[in-house]
Design a protein around this ligand. Structure first.
Ligand SMILES: Nc1ncnc2c1ncn2[C@@H]1O[C@H](COP(=O)(O)OP(=O)(O)OP(=O)(O)O)[C@@H](O)[C@H]1O
Length: 913
């Protein structure tokens, strides 16, 4: 519309309701189409306005008018296009281009045609330009040139302008002729049509003239046709307007379309680029995703496996839980059942408890009274227990504070000639030694000791007679057990046992230690023991606290490492020093607070030897001399004690220094006399036996003479009476123990609800389970104490042995004390006993006769009567023993003894005091 110069309106004008622009536009369009109708071939006037020729009305020279004419004068192609009901896209585009060209070529904006350049004019003259130029433009050119020539007043116009004018005029003429031809053709057509219509009119008139009726119909029909015609024309007009409108819309759409195409192209390029980019990204993303997908697949597979495993696991768990649930359910049901039962029983128990509480209260009151009695009884029990201990040790003393056991070792597997010197071993300590090289009376020598252990005796048997002394250690006594004998006779074997000994072969040392600790444990309720407290015993020796046998064994091991051992001709592994294990015990009576101190010396003496036989020389000889010297010192001490010398030479050797506390005084001494049975050792054997005999008979030798042999019987009676008293006391103690146990059981059962026997660890507990008749079944009235006082078991054997000793016809072995006779070098002792010629009167007793005495001893009695009686008994028996002893050199006397000593005579005591 801009190009056509038509006023336009915007869609917004319609929306706003401003119709002015719309109306202007429509009126301009109508005017234009009206003009087109005028210039159309049908109108017959192509160039002129409806009001006549422009040039003629003077408006032609007006540029506005020219322009207006140009604007509204489309060329033939344009007209054709406009006339064409359907306009193609290309034709519309070309029409637009042509109109544009016309304006460019022929529109003279300013100046004159005569001033136009030749090039411009030649361009205008191109047939193509002229052909395409609108007629109006051509006429404008003509008019312009003519106007210029009028203005120049017939002055000549330039040649090129004249050529242009002619060319334009020729073109106009050509067009006019074409137009005329067209008009003629049209005219002819109209004429044909007119004739046709005339013909129709005539037909119609004929018809009209025929009947009035028919004429009316025809007229109506004609009228209808006219109306139709006018309608058709109207529609045609509307259609033309519609086509123009469509053309405009089409153009607009084309523009939009091209813009859109352009945009589409751009968008397509952008899109393609974008697509490319997207594809690249997509590819990368796809690769990444594929990788990720593979990973995820692997993960998925793993997860599935895990899920399978977990499923299996959860299945098994679930099964297990189901089972458990089942079990729990049944358990809970069972528990509920049990609970119900419990509740029921709880009710009845509560009821019972109430009743029991009631009865308990009564019993408690009763018990309070009984408990008081028990406390008193317990106090008495402890007093009696202490008394018992005292009596026990006094009895030990009565049995003798020094005992001599003789042990004969067997022949060793490697020993060649097995000729023994031991001819006879009696059950009660008798020993007969023969000298194969002598004949007659001197061939045989008899000895008597507390006990003889033959070659077959076991370690346990040997120890069984030693055990009672260990108890004395814990009662506060000094005890010394030592082994004496020639080298290789088995001292170490007896004291320690063989190398790497099993428990069965353990020697005295180990067994004594075991007993020491076990008895101390048994007494823990009444005594607090401290074994081997820290301190120093002798120079270069130290003391260490111990709590068990193994502790002591460790210390012994340390000591043994320090012990000199060497091979001699007599013993492949001879101890070249004394070995002393000292155990010190400090005890405290928990009830009375009294303290006691005992000690135990376990001595394995170095072997005495005849240096000519042991073939010792050099250091070994010196060693042997030292050993013999210290043994000699030991003998001196023993005999000094025996003679009750004011001075006892303890300090002559370290050995006697060490043993001082367990030699003399209240100390008890046990000596194992070790013998080698081989004939080659005959002289050493005799020497050893003589020494032992002297030790064994120390007190006998030291006793003063007594002519009151008859007193022995009386004293024996008293002794038996005392034993009976002890037995009764034992019964009392036992009864108290039973009461105490009953109390413990009762209180235990009250506390724990267990009325069964309590497990009392005290050493006296076994008694309460035994009947009195059982206790006496051993054959002694003191057998109730066989476990706690095992020595009682051997009293008969000792008594018996003493009896045998006294009844032995050979009194040659009964040597008297003589401190000067201990000589090992010559292998024999010189017997220089004093002349004692008194015969022993007939003595004897019946133990059963003493049972009716002293059935009840009061405390003052015990303190005074018992003690004084024991002392008296000791003195008397010593005298009696002396009487027996002195008779050994008197064949007559010995015969007398043999005939008169009663078999029940108890061995006289051997005290050194
Ligand atoms: N009762 C016995 N039964 C078996 N073998 C024994 C017995 N007594 C000793 N023996 C053995 O006799 C040998 C010598 O014994 P042991 O070493 O005990 O003698 P000893 O008197 O200590 O000698 P020494 O004084 O030279 O040290 C050892 O081989 C020992 O095993």
């Amino acid at each position: 519309m801009d190009e056509l110069g038509i006023l336009k309106f915007e869609l917004s004008d319609l929306e706003k309701g401003s119709m002015k622009n719309v109306m202007d536009c429509l009126s301009t369009l109508r005017a234009q189409f009206a003009y087109m109708g005028v210039v159309s071939p049908i109108g017959g006037n192509k160039y002129g306005s409806p009001h006549g020729d422009a040039s003629s009305n003077g408006l032609s020279s007006s540029p506005t008018f020219r322009e207006e004419k140009q604007k509204i004068s489309p060329d033939s192609k344009t007209q054709q296009a406009l006339r064409s009901p359907v306009m193609t896209e290309s034709s519309a585009a070309s029409m637009h281009h042509v109109v544009h060209k016309f304006h460019e070529v022929f529109q003279l904006k300013q100046g004159r045609y005569s001033d136009l350049s030749a090039a411009k004019i030649s361009e205008m003259m191109k047939s193509n330009s002229l052909d395409n130029a609108p007629t109006q433009s051509l006429l404008s050119v003509v008019n312009g040139i003519l106007d210029e020539s009028i203005e120049r007043k017939n002055d000549k116009i330039p040649h090129r302008v004249a050529c242009l004018l002619r060319k334009v005029v020729q073109e106009i003429e050509r067009r006019i002729s074409t137009q005329a031809e067209h008009l003629r053709t049209q005219n002819n057509l109209f004429k044909v049509r007119e004739e046709k219509y005339q013909l129709r009119i005539r037909v119609l008139e004929a018809l009209a003239s025929g009947t009035g009726e028919e004429r009316g119909v025809v007229m109506d029909r004609l009228q209808q046709i006219k109306i139709e015609k006018s309608k058709i024309e109207e529609e045609k007009k509307t259609g033309v307007e519609h086509v123009a409108k469509l053309i405009k819309e089409q153009e607009q759409r084309d523009v939009e379309l091209s813009d859109l195409k352009q945009e589409l192209k751009l968008a397509k390029q952008t899109h393609e680029l974008h697509c490319l980019q997207m594809e690249t990204e997509a590819k990368a993303a796809k690769d990444g995703l594929e990788g990720r997908m593979k990973e995820l697949e692997i993960l998925l597979e793993d997860s599935r496996n895990q899920v399978r495993v977990l499923e299996a696991y959860s299945q098994s768990k679930s099964n297990m839980f189901n089972k458990k649930e089942h079990i729990f359910k049944s358990f809970v049901e069972f528990q509920f059942g049990a609970l119900k039962e419990l509740m029921l029983s709880s009710k009845s128990i509560k009821h019972e408890i109430l009743q029991v509480q009631k009865s308990n209260l009564e019993e408690f009151n009763d018990l309070g009274v009984k408990l008081k009695a028990l406390i008193d009884a317990t106090r008495d029990y402890h007093i009696v227990l202490a008394e018992n201990r005292r009596m026990f040790n006094e009895l030990q003393e009565l049995k003798g504070n020094i005992r001599v056991y003789c042990r004969i070792r067997p022949f060793l597997p490697g020993q060649a000639a097995k000729h023994t010197t031991v001819e006879y071993i009696g059950e009660h300590g008798e020993l007969a030694i023969v000298n194969p090289s002598k004949q007659g009376k001197d061939r045989r020598r008899n000895f008597k000791f507390n006990k003889i252990f033959g070659p077959e005796s076991t370690q346990a048997e040997v120890y069984s007679d030693t055990q009672p002394l260990i108890r004395s250690v814990l009662d506060g006594y000094g005890v010394c057990i030592f082994a004496y004998g020639q080298t290789g006779s088995g001292k170490t074997y007896t004291m320690t046992g063989p190398n790497g000994a099993s428990e069965e072969d353990w020697g005295v040392n180990y067994r004594a230690l075991n007993d020491l600790f076990s008895i101390s444990q048994n007494r823990r309720n009444s005594f607090l023991y401290e074994i081997q407290p820290n301190g120093l015993a002798v120079p270069d020796a130290s003391m260490h606290p111990v709590t068990s046998t193994s502790d002591v064994l460790e210390l012994i091991g340390v000591g043994l490492k320090n012990r000199a051992v060497g091979a001699t001709a007599m013993n492949e592994r001879s101890s070249r020093s004394h070995s002393v294990v000292s155990i010190h015990v400090r005890g405290k009576d928990l009830l009375s607070g009294a303290a006691l101190h005992g000690n135990l010396h376990l001595v394995d003496l170095a072997g005495s030897e005849r240096v000519d036989r042991s073939e010792a020389t050099g250091d070994r000889l010196k060693e042997a001399q030292h050993i013999n010297k210290s043994l000699s010192a030991l003998g001196d001490v023993i005999f000094s004690l025996a003679q009750k010398n004011s001075h006892v030479p303890y300090r002559n050797s370290k050995l006697t220094q060490l043993l001082q506390s367990s030699l003399g005084g209240q100390a008890k001494t046990l000596m194992f006399v070790q013998l080698n049975p081989d004939v080659s050792s005959y002289s050493e054997t005799i020497s050893t036996l003589k020494f032992a005999e002297r030790v064994s008979g120390v007190e006998l030798g030291a006793a003063r003479s007594s002519k009151e042999g008859r007193d022995v019987r009386e004293l024996m009676d008293q002794l038996a009476s005392l034993k009976d008293t002890i037995a009764r006391k034992d019964d009392e103690i036992e009864q108290l123990q039973l009461i105490k146990d009953h109390k413990n059981d009762y209180t235990g059962s009250m506390r724990y609800g267990d009325s069964s026997a309590s497990n009392d660890s005290s050493g006296v507990v076994p008694h309460r389970t035994r009947k009195p008749s059982d206790r006496r079944s051993v054959g002694s009235e003191t057998s109730a104490y066989q476990e706690s006082i095992p020595e009682f078991s051997d009293k008969h054997s000792e008594a018996g042995s003493q009896q045998s000793k006294l009844s032995d016809g050979d009194t040659g072995h009964m040597s008297s004390a003589d401190s000067e006779i201990l000589r090992f070098e010559d292998g024999d002792y010189e017997d220089r006993s004093s002349d004692i010629s008194d015969a022993v009167p007939s003595v004897g007793t019946d133990p059963d006769g003493a049972t009716d005495q002293s059935t009840k001893l009061s405390e003052p009695f015990r303190k005074s009567k018992v003690a004084s009686t024991i002392r008296l008994l000791q003195n008397q028996t010593q005298n009696a023993s002396k009487t027996v002893m002195v008779s050994r050199d008197n064949p007559k006397g010995s015969t007398s003894i043999k005939n008169t000593i009663n078999s029940n005579l108890v061995k006289p005591p051997k005290r050194w005091q």
